[in-house]
Design a protein around this ligand. Structure first.
Ligand code: HEC
Ligand code: HEC
Ligand code: HEC
Ligand code: HEC
Ligand code: HEC
Ligand code: HEC
Length: 443
């Protein structure tokens, strides 16, 4: 009894705010802010005041809201009446009591933007809505090719007109001097005779054009199947900058497959509805884009209910990153085992609107990513995978599999030699462990 009393007395006191910061981000930030603002749930500002004297109950609430509500506490009845109709029940949170203590300490300290610690380095500032809009319209601008075509066409018209004028002048002179008019010739015959009389000039131009088109052609061929910079339009103008940067929703809240399976996956409309049952309007696009989610799933925002017998329509997201069928890529290997940050491969996706394949500069320019492996090859090409496997060190103490291999190697002469080869420079790269073997990446 003494134990329970001790641990329950003061969950609002003595927690570790720095630990609480990362716990809050991972578990609660998707729905709760530390302000008065209602995101997908009430803001948690002054939570210690609102739940004063209910230390045991708040722990129970966080771990199992419906069980806590069954206690009949009037404050809880109040929040249930106010929010459950709009947002549904808060899910049971898999956090221990000690962790809740840390989270509440962090909430009490107030989010300083540096993860609870005012001296912690701040990440890059989120883009403002203006900047997001600007980036959006920049994507729509074409390249310079159209101007080349227009200038080329103007030059051709000038050339033809000039040739016509010069011909008419010559005819006029011939007529005055009583000579026969020039024979009527096609433009092509005319051009041929001009080229014949300006051989040197024409060959220099010809050589130049030949080199130019060889380079352009080579580049075009090397671009086949390479997509850095690709940003297709999506059926809903979903903004990562709004959700992930401004509202700090964790990547894996939506792409939950990334740490446990091959595919990161795209969230279904039900996941959107966790929040958009309540959030009916955005500052950038108003109700227009969010209404498309309702249309897909059959939700009536006016009454806050789902329509009955509604034929749901899938949202047809356009695939952005796409490996050919002969490539074996697995997210969980990279995210859970190698612990590589999403941003090392997907760039500052939290600053973009819709999905975008980053360029090498965009990836390498992120100073806030801890342990970023900077790569020169163009992202999502084979050379890029190989470059990282060649550079990135594997932490041999990270899991039992490597430790066991280590031990087995030590027990034989050949094994020892292999181990010496690998560890000669003091580290094992992915390549040394087989990350360059064709069969690992190709079916
Ligand atoms: C999926 C969304 C979601 C997540 C994640 C979530 N909550 Fe909640 N929370 C809610 C909703 C919604 C309510 C309002 C009551 C309801 O509808 O169940 C709520 C209510 C609360 C309340 C009561 C608020 C008040 O004004 O008194 C507390 C405290 C709380 N949550 C803490 C947490 C903590 C701590 C975490 C992280 C460990 C967390 N929640 C994670 C959705 C969420
Ligand atoms: C080592 C590089 C790498 C890392 C790290 C990585 N990804 Fe990916 N991601 C890829 C590649 C390659 C593809 C294309 C896969 C395909 O087409 O089969 C991809 C595809 C995706 C897709 C498209 C849907 C799918 O599953 O194919 C999403 C969403 C995604 N990644 C999200 C994430 C998130 C979120 C993280 C971090 C938790 C992450 N990725 C970490 C390389 C990476
Ligand atoms: C965890 C909560 C959460 C989830 C899940 C979520 N959203 Fe949002 N979304 C928000 C919030 C909060 C806003 C309001 C931002 C603002 O003030 O503009 C928003 C805004 C939007 C907007 C309007 C943006 C603007 O500024 O005009 C669109 C469109 C949108 N969300 C689409 C989606 C889609 C599609 C999904 C599912 C793939 C989704 N959201 C999932 C919380 C969420
Ligand atoms: C609120 C939900 C949500 C969050 C949070 C979120 N995403 Fe997404 N993401 C989506 C949706 C919906 C799409 C599909 C539409 C598109 O391409 O924009 C998408 C698309 C993507 C794609 C392109 C998928 C493809 O087709 O290849 C990548 C890569 C990606 N997200 C990475 C991330 C990363 C990295 C984070 C965290 C920094 C993140 N996402 C956070 C909802 C989310
Ligand atoms: C940013 C660095 C990075 C990039 C980019 C990257 N990988 Fe990896 N990859 C790793 C690391 C680190 C491991 C080792 C994980 C472990 O076992 O500890 C790994 C492991 C693998 C493995 C398992 C190898 C084995 O020995 O079993 C495969 C397969 C793989 N990667 C495929 C790919 C493909 C395909 C791409 C390109 C689309 C890619 N990787 C891009 C870092 C990277
Ligand atoms: C680390 C992973 C990885 C390894 C190891 C690897 N490849 Fe690849 N390979 C890829 C990826 C990813 C692509 C797709 C590139 C693209 O779509 O641009 C690819 C594409 C190819 C292609 C198609 C041509 C192309 O450019 O799309 C061939 C052929 C190929 N690889 C052969 C090999 C051979 C042979 C080996 C062994 C010497 C090998 N690969 C080892 C990842 C790998």
């Amino acid at each position: 009894m003494l134990f329970t009393f001790n641990s329950f007395a003061g969950v609002f006191e003595g927690g570790d705010a720095a630990k609480g910061a990362s716990l809050f981000k991972a578990n609660c930030a998707a729905c709760h802010k530390i302000t008065d603002e209602v995101l997908a749930a009430p803001g948690l500002k002054d939570i210690d005041v609102r739940w004063k004297g209910k230390d045991a109950l708040i722990v129970k609430w966080i771990q199992n809201p419906q069980a806590a509500a069954a206690s009949g506490d009037p404050y809880i009845k109040g929040i249930v009446d106010k929010y459950v109709g709009t947002f549904g029940w808060m899910a049971n949170q898999a956090v221990t009591e000690a962790e809740i203590k840390d989270i509440l300490a962090f909430v009490k300290a107030g989010d300083t933007g540096g993860g609870g610690d005012p001296n912690a380095p701040k990440g890059p500032q989120c883009l403002t809505l203006d900047e997001i809009n600007k980036a959006e319209s920049a994507n729509e601008e074409g390249d310079g090719t159209i101007w080349f075509i227009i200038i080329g066409a103007i030059l051709a018209i000038i050339g033809v007109t000039a040739a016509n004028i010069s011909r008419s002048l010559k005819n006029a002179i011939n007529e005055r001097e009583g000579l026969a008019p020039l024979v009527e010739r096609t433009y092509w015959a005319e051009a041929k005779s001009w080229m014949w009389s300006n051989k040197k000039f024409v060959s220099v131009i010809g050589l130049f054009l030949f080199c130019y088109f060889t380079v352009v052609g080579y580049r075009a061929l090397m671009d086949i199947g390479v997509y850095d910079g690709y940003t297709p339009d999506q059926p809903i103008l979903f903004s990562h900058a709004v959700h992930n940067c401004q509202n700090e929703i964790d990547c894996q809240y939506c792409h939950s497959g990334a740490s446990k399976s091959r595919h990161a996956g795209i969230p279904s409309a039900n996941v959107c509805m966790n929040c958009h049952k309540g959030v009916k309007k955005g500052t950038m696009t108003g109700e227009k884009e969010i209404a498309k989610i309702y249309d897909a799933i059959g939700f009536d925002p006016a009454t806050g209910t789902y329509k009955e017998n509604y034929q749901q329509k899938p949202i047809e997201w356009v695939k952005v990153n796409n490996m050919p069928d002969h490539v074996n890529f697995n997210h969980s290997t990279h995210v859970s085992i190698a612990k590589i940050d999403c941003k090392n491969c997907h760039g500052p996706q939290n600053m973009y609107t819709v999905g975008h394949v980053p360029t090498a500069e965009e990836i390498n320019g992120q100073d806030d990513v801890v342990g970023l492996v900077k790569l020169e090859r163009r992202p999502f090409t084979m050379g890029w995978c190989l470059e990282c496997h060649n550079k990135k060190e594997v932490d041999l103490n990270s899991n039992g599999y490597y430790q066991e291999m280590h031990e087995r190697y030590k027990s034989s002469e050949v094994g020892l030699r292999t181990l010496r080869d690998i560890m000669e420079d003091g580290e094992a790269t992915v390549r040394e462990l087989g990350g360059w073997e064709c069969g690992k990446c190709h079916y």
